[in-house]
Design a binder for this molecule. Sequence first.
Ligand SMILES: *Cc1c(COP(=O)(O)O)cnc(C)c1O
Ligand SMILES: *[C@@H]1O[C@H](CO)[C@@H](O)[C@H](O)[C@H]1NC(C)=O
Length: 686
Amino acid sequence: MGGRIESAFESAKERGEAAFVAFITAGYPAKEDTPSILMAMQEGGASVIELGIPYTDPQADGATITAANQVAIKGGTSEIGPCLAMVKEAREMGLTVPVVLMGYCNPFIQYGEDRLCAEAKEAGADGFIVVDLPPEEGIDLNKACVKYGLSNIPLLAPTSSDKRIASLTDMASTFLYCVSVTGVTGARTELPADLDDFIKRVRSKTDLPLAVGFGISSPEMVNGVANMADGVVVGSSILNAMNGLGDDATTAERAEAVRSVIAHLVTGVKQDESPKNQATKLGQVPQEWAKVNEKSRFGQFGGQFIPETLSVAFEEIEEAYDEIKGDPDFLAELDRYRRDFVGGPTPLHKAERLTELAGGATIWLKREDLAHTGAHKINNAIGQALLAKRIGKKRIIAETGAGQHGVATATVCAMFGLECIVYMGAVDCERQKLNVFRMNTLGAKVVPVEVGQRTLKDAINEAMADWVTNVRDTHYLIGSAVGPHPFPTIVRDFQSVIGKEIKEQYKAKNDGKLPDALVACVGGGSNAIGTFYPFVDDKEVAFYGAEAAGKGIEFDEEHCATLTVGTPGVLQGARTFVIQKESGQTLNTQSISAGLDYPGVGPEHAFYKESGRATYEGVTDDQALEGFNMMCQYEGIIPALETSHAIYQAFHLAKKLGPGKNIVINMSGRGDKDMPQIAKIMGVDV
Ligand SMILES: *Cc1c(COP(=O)(O)O)cnc(C)c1O
Ligand SMILES: *[C@@H]1O[C@H](CO)[C@@H](O)[C@H](O)[C@H]1NC(C)=O
């Protein structure tokens, strides 16, 4: 006890004030600025500093902090080491207020929890706030914090249930961070009406200080919070104060802007006679955090790395799905839609000429390209829309890469009468214009995403940020077997309909036997996991996944062969393989096919790779085009560019396995959507 954080809250209390907790992104706007800015924060009147660790994929942040992250990373602050050095330098300059490191878990995890805490302690940091590391996933960091006497500060949201609030307050050691609205960070004009209620709810479970943040932008708002909590967190307003200065401002000018905005805002911290919800205790011995949620795992992969705001939504989906997944009425309903709306079962077709051309194993095609809307995505979209209806959500959001998932979602929303918003990277909107038009025609709103690389990953971040904001009436209809538990399982189950069909169809055509190999392309991995899963116990059936190797895996940032080149990490809610730097920052990716252009992969594939159950290989853009042409010219089927990766892989596998063997390719989708892009590659003006 008696650490810097406790003293900060104690002395604010003695002055009759709330503690002012000031946020800044490390390395923003430039890496030389940060130590002086930290000093300026102290001089302006900050009691506690939150130092944001830049990350490529901040899912719960608004435009201001997201942009600050990108500027900092671009300016060379992308590793933990230099961020700690900034704290150390500020300590040497005379910084005495506590510094808490705030960020997303992957950079911290990649650094190693023990090393992180040892070095943070040594640099003069006091603790951590990790947005996407709920207690169930954060045991290792918590252990290291306890070992080195650092504080691990839990986040609470208005959506947190009383039960969750009770368990999170038990885990705190110094203060708790209460997010004042359901939503992303960003300056707002007034305090939310239900804030007082929320703080009261938390106060009834703990005597520790409560700091309230998100959106506070004026001394009046500061004062409003000061009279109902122990600390006031301000972030975006401080970053905004530097934005007016222009690129050639000096460090001293930037520090002065920060000092002055804090000095202005801090005039609001003085409390009235009897402020509400005040802490009566300044610290408690840190408790052991709860155990990992085992049911969300595929080996060491999977999990639920989510912001606290979403925890109840995830509980709700898990419960609803557990309830309906075995319900005969629900399954009958799904089956009816598969037949009457999607047009299933889709045929299993022997590719005679392609087989002859390969001169090896017999190639079979599961014609998912004949499904309504032209790809397998519709199976998952129908299943999840039915699930959303069950839990009473009338607004559907989705992300899309090639646009196929967006079209499938727009289609089912039209059919079920649900509102539909689709996030799509601006680059993808351009290369898949036709699908944007299809979505609009179906009544969906397409939102082009201008952040980051402006492709699928960025669209997922935006969809997640929307969900964090609108979780009460919105379902996020995720398009692949990725993301936090239970999405990888839900999507797999809805896509397994085809693997099951294939098994029956293949047996009927081959005297009850099973094929020797299954081949599917892997983006997030939904069509592949739907293919593989129903055969997982049939050990004689080999699994092959084709990943997009773009221009070649030897070229950094020019491919998206996650399982071939990536390393284990956490991306967008799950532990899986990630194409990342050692620092845990996600790398850019590239593929001819927008639907595969993703730096992560479903966690169950990560597990299959590690256990050796499946083999994953990279297929380059040029090879995929070869596969595309073969399928067009030898089978009369125009496949999607995604599927073309699997075709190339299957063709060469057929040669290798030789005659007498049988391969099934999952024809995940048709190529209509890709025709303008392919014409362009061929130099044809259509
Ligand atoms: C979206 C898409 C894919 C890739 O997504 P997965 O989740 O890996 O299946 C593959 N093929 C087609 C046709 C697609 O539209
Ligand atoms: C093929 O793709 C569909 C759609 O994703 C999937 O449900 C199915 O299981 C896949 N596998 C096979 C063998 O058809």
